[in-house]
Write a protein that binds this ligand. Structure first.
Ligand code: SF4
Length: 686
């Protein structure tokens, strides 16, 4: 009779800040079942289709289970072992020197680590002690949004629990259910209590179903909407003069700056009627407390850049909502509560080698092109699909002497660019932890490692031993490393043993309300409408509207669906349930645009611009307004269309501990009908 046991863990996707708890049942080291963890206070038993499909990761015959090497790209792989693979990697690293080696890790390395940060710190620790380059991937994801909010002074976020208990108005500003499923349960609670819910986006998303009011604007025009709302609030004297005087800097300059940014001015940019903009501003000013939930990466890709978050973050300061229960900024991907933190094990203070390649996507690609970086170690990532202007990235990777790939499944980067492959353990084969805005959750080991799969720390330890780098892994095991990272006031100095004893989690010692003392994270300690720090970086001191002048073609916007999470699991192609759910890249097109281009629903189309071309399937839908098209991000080849130019100058990159070196990701595209037969469309496994 097999002995069954149940292990508390977390879903291996990273829908931060909510995240979902999971219990897995195993018998004789075999997975028997996965279920939502009803005792988890963040998710209360919920698992979306991605979480439910996680059982397909286990025993999946596409998994990488042995190290692989090949003598030339495009050639055949042959099996090897970890020692031989690490010997070969170390030999090349030794030959090129630390300055020509770069480490890049993606979300995939944090399937049981997100917002805890131990695995990121362990990579950084190797990078710092060895003296090579290593970059922070927040730049692909939420970094620009946090940068804009941080320049204003509002980097902390209030919790979903604060929202459901206190908010009278909730504005979902490009925040979608598929990225923050558990936040939406709290939006529903607030709504049942009587709160008004507004969804602002570029298309009718899943979150629209929850909203009393849906506002669809042109991609990239969110900044204009926020500035015009500020204009109305200030011009009509609807701001909280007392709190503005006490807790903000530069109100007089802001008021002058906003004078021309009328609702009519914003109407021309957003496509919204001026009266609608004014009505939203008046509702926002009149309803206290009001919480704005900003979206993650999709809001900040393309024309908005960081400016939308900079402007949106000014709104609660005008109405005095920061520090008020139910007000301010709500849950945001990558955002943390007041008081949150973990011990930093990255050894940043022991780095002696200067950094040569900035934390900037464009700079990383240029370094590969120039040969400044000769060895790239990719951990849990798919750089070829996640970086923009992928044709340039492909050519840059081709110049590298050695590309090392550590992951669970093959993906485009491995297939096209890697020389050595190291198989990774999955979340159930390691111990880890994930943090929401209120709890640290244990993600305990449930299964032995399959095949020769190993966690990423095996790479750092193996290379450190071969290269003679001391103190890279000073812990007896990963549980001890976790105890060191957990040793922080925010956790109450908890340990893994404490977490187990407490049923898998402890409440963090944090405030549900961001900035409860109204001391803000700026040099002045106030909300900075005028930012000298921005000016010193060469950026506008006041919130400004980026130039979104009309150009040729349709704007290409992207985002997430319930069937994928970033590049995880080869963009979910490796998980049959999710792959079947989205069997081809559907491009959302407004009926008027489809008619203009002679495109029928379900037909194959070419999406192209001067950078490249991509084949998709037309989804003609009234949920998409005219003038733009939308697609789920990450389809292999999609980023051939997007702009790889840097958004921020190097002077802005080190303002915060996260990275902001994102590229623009903007694109204007032409459509060409290829025919009515969907079979003529792309093979998503290409
Ligand atoms: S919402 Fe995100 S964390 Fe929750 S089950 Fe789905 S994929 Fe997992």
């Amino acid at each position: 009779m097999p002995r069954q046991r149940t292990v508390t863990t977390m879903c291996p996707m990273n829908c931060h800040p909510t995240l979902c708890g999971m219990t897995v049942t195993v018998a004789d080291d075999r997975l028997v079942g996965i279920a939502g963890d009803v005792s988890n206070p963040d998710s209360e038993g919920f698992l979306c289709m991605r979480g439910k499909a996680a059982h397909e990761i286990v025993g999946n015959d596409r998994r990488l289970l042995t190290p692989l090497m090949r003598s030339r790209r495009g050639g055949d792989w042959h099996a090897t072992d970890w020692d031989a693979a690490l010997d070969a990697i170390a030999a090349t690293m030794r030959a090129v020197g630390p300055g020509a080696v770069g480490f890049w890790q993606g979300h995939g390395n944090w399937a049981n680590d997100y917002a805890f940060g131990l695995k990121r710190a362990q990579m950084d620790r190797f990078v710092n002690l060895y003296g090579c380059e290593g970059w922070n991937p927040a730049m692909v994801c939420w970094g620009l949004g946090a940068f804009g909010a941080g320049l204003t002074g509002a980097i902390e976020t209030s919790t979903k629990e604060d929202m459901s208990a206190n908010s009278e108005l909730v504005i979902l500003w490009a925040a979608n259910t598929v990225s923050q499923a558990n936040t939406m349960r709290h939006v529903e609670i607030a709504k049942r209590r009587g709160a008004h819910v507004v969804a602002i986006d570029i298309r009718r998303t899943e979150a629209s179903a929850l909203a009393d009011e849906v506002i669809l604007l042109r991609p990239g025009s969110d900044t204009a909407l926020a500035l015009a709302m500020m204009h109305v609030i200030v011009a009509e004297g609807r701001h909280d003069a007392e709190l503005v005087a006490e807790h903000t800097l530069g109100f007089a300059e802001l008021a002058r700056h906003l004078a021309p940014m009328t609702p009519d001015w914003a109407a021309a940019r957003t496509g919204l009627p001026a009266e609608r903009i004014a009505a939203l501003a008046r509702r926002y000013a009149a309803t206290r407390p009001a919480m704005i939930v900003m979206g993650g990466s999709s809001l900040h890709k393309g024309d908005n850049g960081w400016q939308a978050a900079r402007a949106i973050a000014c709104l609660p300061a005008l109405t005095g909502d920061y520090g008020r229960p139910g007000g301010g900024l709500g849950p945001r991907h990558g955002g943390r509560s007041h008081g949150a933190g973990f011990a930093d094990l990255s050894a940043a203070d022991r780095r002696t080698a200067p950094r040569r390649i900035p934390n900037q996507m464009e700079a990383i690609v240029a370094a590969l092109e120039s040969g400044a970086i000769k060895v790239l170690v990719s951990i849990g990532s798919n750089i070829l699909s996640s970086f923009p202007d992928s044709n340039r990235v492909r050519a840059a990777l081709a110049r590298a002497e050695l590309v090392v790939f550590h992951d669970i499944f093959p993906n485009q980067t491995m297939r096209e660019a890697a020389d050595i492959v190291l198989p990774s353990t999955i979340w159930l084969e390691e111990i880890g932890a994930k943090s929401t805005n209120t709890h640290i959750h244990l993600s305990d080991r449930a299964l032995p490692a399959a095949g020769a799969a190993r966690p990423a720390d095996a790479i750092y330890r193996g290379l450190a031993e071969r290269l003679g780098v001391a103190d890279v892994y000073p812990w007896p095991d990963q549980e001890a490393a976790m105890d060191a990272a957990l040793d922080h006031p925010a956790t109450g100095h908890t340990t893994v043993a404490d977490l187990r004893a407490a049923g898998g989690r402890v409440r963090l010692k944090v405030s549900d309300v961001a900035y409860p003392t109204r001391e803000f994270t700026t040099p002045s300690g106030k909300i900075e409408f005028v930012s000298a720090r921005a000016a010193a970086m060469g950026l506008p001191a006041l919130p400004e509207c980026p130039d979104t002048a009309e150009g040729d073609g349709l704007r290409l916007a992207h985002g997430r669906t319930f069937a994928h999470f970033h590049a995880f699991y080869d963009h979910a192609r490796a998980l049959p349930t999710l792959a079947a759910r989205e069997d081809a890249p559907d491009l959302w097109i407004a009926p008027a645009d489809a008619a203009r281009h002679g495109v029928a629903d379900g037909s194959a189309i070419e999406v192209a611009n001067t950078r490249g071309a991509f084949r998709a399937r037309a989804k003609v839908t009234p949920r998409m307004p005219p003038g733009a098209v939308w697609i789920r991000d990450g389809w292999p080849g999609l980023n051939a269309l997007t702009d790889g130019a840097a958004v921020l100058p190097d002077t802005a990159l080190d303002a915060f501990p996260f990275s902001v070196g994102q590229s623009r990701f903007g694109a204007r595209v032409r459509l060409r009908a290829l025919g009515p037969d969907p079979a003529a469309g792309p093979d998503p496994a290409d």
